[in-house]
Structures are given as C-alpha cells and as structure tokens.
Design a protein around this ligand. Structure first.
Ligand SMILES: *Cc1c(COP(=O)(O)O)cnc(C)c1O
Length: 386
C-alpha cells in the first residue's frame, strides 16, 4: 500500500459549513425531503432576493436549467442558436437537446467571454439571409460576466432572446446587476465544483412570471393542474429535492464570504507570480466584479521556459490538482460540423491556459505549496534551457 503524506489539494472542492448541516437535518426531520414544499420555496425565494430578480425556479442541475431555458425561449428543432465556444460542454449539449444547431462565437481578450463584435457580425449576416437565430446563449466564464451592455443591445436590436449561462459566475456583477440577471433568462449550477453547491442542482431566474410558471410546469412532467394526471406536452423530471434545497439555503447565506475567499486566492497567486516572465492572469473587465471562481492564467512557454502542462504535471506530482482551461466547443469532435465565428482567441486560451486550485477552503499553506511548486518548476526549466 502506498501512502501519500501530503494531503491532496483539489481544484475547486465543495466547501460545506455547519449551517448547511443544520438545515439539512431540519429538512430531513420535517419530512419535507421531496422536490416540493417549504425548503424548495424558501431556497427559490432567498435566491431571487439575493439576485434582486422576481422569479427563481430550483432545478436538478445547471444543464436542466439551460434545457428548460431554451424551451421557454421557444427554441425549436432545426433552429440556430449562437453561443460562446469557450465553455463547458453542457451549454452546447442543451442546444442539441432541443434539436437546434449551435453556432460558436469566439472570446474577446478583455473578458474571455463572447466577443460582441463577432456576435453582431454573425447576427447581421444571418438576418440578411432571413435566418435569424432563435436565441443567443452567453456564458459568464470562470466567474466573470460577458459585456452585456453591448450584447443585450445587439440582441434587442435583432429581437433575439438572450439566455445567460451564469453557472460559473454566481456572485459576480455587471455594473450593479447580479450575474444571471442580464438576459431574459439566467441559469445557475450547484454542482460540486461551483462556488456554492448542493452536491448537484441548478436554478433558473427570470423577470417574467409567464416564463417561471412554464419552466416549473415543464420541470414537473408538464402535469396540468387538475385532480387526475393530465398531460398536453412532453415534460421532464427536473425539480430539486427538499433536502438539497435546504443545503442550498445554507450555502447561499455565505456566498459573499465565498466570493471574497476566491478573490483572495487570486490575489495571492497574482502577487506571488506576477514578476515571472510569460505569465498573464485572466483580466478583470472594467464593467464588472469577478468572483475569480477559478484563478486562470496564460503561460507563454517561450518566455517562461515551461508550458502550462509542464506546470500542471509538476503540481500533480505534488498531489495538487490544476486543470487546463475548457477546450473550446469548435475543437470538440462532437461539434466538429458546427460553424464557428473566429476561434483563434479561445484556441490560445486552451493551448496556454491553466487553472490553479481555487477552492474557498484553501489555506494560506495550501496556496504557498502551489506557488512553491510553480516557482521550482520554472527555475528547473530555466536551468535546463541555459
Ligand atoms: C457547470 C456548468 C454547467 C452545468 O451545470 P451542471 O449543474 O453540472 O449541470 C453549465 N454551464 C457551465 C458554463 C458550467 O460551468
């Protein structure tokens, strides 16, 4: 048997607190464990209040939220949906679930999110062809909002619904507005690696009662409100359980603290590594506040002497989990046949990018361990090159 004496540092592990445990046990003891009742209602109400938006619907995952958002926006089989190429695959998969075809838009360098200029050019091109897309799905990547002043204006001008995939950016802002509230519908995830977690879960938010009601209907097997089981359309079993809603309430109550802790990770890494040649951290765009859900940086191997993957492997040897940035959708075999607008910017993020351990429970010693490995690896790389 091998024993590793150093404790593994994970990329973004769950960070639970005693209040989550208390609420979970209270829910259990009250017998309101099913996906309805006071825990679910309270989680939805508290979430909507925290984001200053009228309606929130608790769902079983962020992917379920995206799927129902597309249906509620009226996206149909054969439609076109414009989305960011730099994202986790769930965004694009949801578009496929409704039978629509994604067109991928590259990132800009100031936010790493959807480039508004490329979006506008593509919308203009499609409108000229009489093929206006059924929706735009923006992604707020790694804790940072996209440029909504421009993107929302372009969508309004072309009359296209805007869905915001804010799965990675709960707690971020655009101006004084919460991430997830900038489009017609916002989607969140409470997967284990996100800034708050219910082990698994999601939330959909909107300003329109009609949308919230319809999403709730679809999420509960589209059962008509009559005394027997009556169904006029295909629904889904996508509601969040009472137990997990209780956990979500506890997690939500410490969100502000979690954002501060994630930002402190970023600040630590930034201060410790900023003098190294060839390291460039993900910028914080001028229009908003980033949660720094994951601390991400680009590594220029010609200047640094080692690649992003050299660093990842060196960290792994020391039982530290770092990850590359999402591989863009236009490079994924499963989406190889889809159209892409631009692509070089996100290609570059994928090739040179690295995400460092970013959990809100990281200790000062953990972060020092990470930095030490990086500095030692760079030093070795430089001496090898000399
Ligand atoms: C995590 C994530 C999702 C999916 O959320 P799940 O709750 O895991 O289904 C969707 N989009 C993005 C950008 C994500 O990071």
């Amino acid at each position: 048997m091998t024993t590793n004496l150093t404790q593994r540092i994970f990329l973004s592990p769950p960070h639970m607190s005693p209040v989550d445990r208390t609420l979970l046990i209270e829910a259990f003891d009250s017998n309101w464990i099913a996906p309805c009742g006071p825990q679910v209602d309270a989680f939805e109400r508290e979430f909507a209040e925290a984001l200053d938006i009228p309606y929130a619907v608790a769902l079983s995952s962020g992917t379920a939220a995206l799927h129902l958002a597309l249906l509620a926006a009226g996206v149909d089989s054969g439609d076109t949906v414009l989305t960011s190429t730099l994202t986790f695959v769930a965004t694009a998969n949801a578009i496929r679930y409704v039978g629509a075809n994604p067109v991928f838009i590259d990132s800009d360098r100031s936010s790493w999110n959807m480039d508004p200029g490329l979006l506008e050019t593509e919308l203009k091109r499609l409108a000229t062809l009489g093929q206006c897309p059924a929706a735009v799905v923006t992604v707020d990547i790694l804790g940072q909002c996209a440029d909504y002043e421009r993107i929302a204006e372009i969508c309004r001008r072309y009359g296209v619904p805007l869905i915001e995939d804010a799965a990675e950016s709960l707690g971020a802002t655009y101006g004084d507005q919460a991430a997830g509230t900038l489009g017609d519908i916002g989607c969140f995830s409470f997967n284990g690696n996100k800034i708050i977690t219910t082990s698994g879960g999601g939330m959909l938010v909107t300003r329109e009662k009609k949308i919230a009601d319809y999403v709730r209907h679809l999420a509960s097997q589209a059962r008509r409100p009559v005394s027997h089981y009556e169904h006029e359309e295909i629904g889904f079993n996508y509601r969040l359980s009472g137990l997990l809603s209780a956990v979500g309430r506890g997690q939500l109550s410490v969100l502000t603290e979690r954002v501060k802790q994630r930002r402190a990770n970023f600040q630590f890494y930034h201060d410790a590594l900023k003098e190294l040649p060839g390291i460039e951290f993900m910028p914080e765009a001028s229009f908003g506040y980033s949660t720094r859900w994951l601390t991400a940086m680009l590594v220029n191997p010609d200047q640094l002497g080692v690649t992003a993957d050299d660093l990842r492997l060196a960290l792994e040897t020391e039982n530290i989990e770092a990850r590359r940035i999402w591989k863009p959708m236009h490079l994924q075999p499963v989406y190889a046949d889809c159209r892409v607008c631009g692509g070089n910017v996100s290609d570059e993020f994928f090739e040179y990018g690295l995400c460092l351990p970013s959990g809100s429970s990281l200790t000062e010693e953990d972060r020092e361990r990470v930095v030490k490995v990086i500095l030692a690896t760079v030093e070795q790389g430089l001496s090898k090159a000399a």
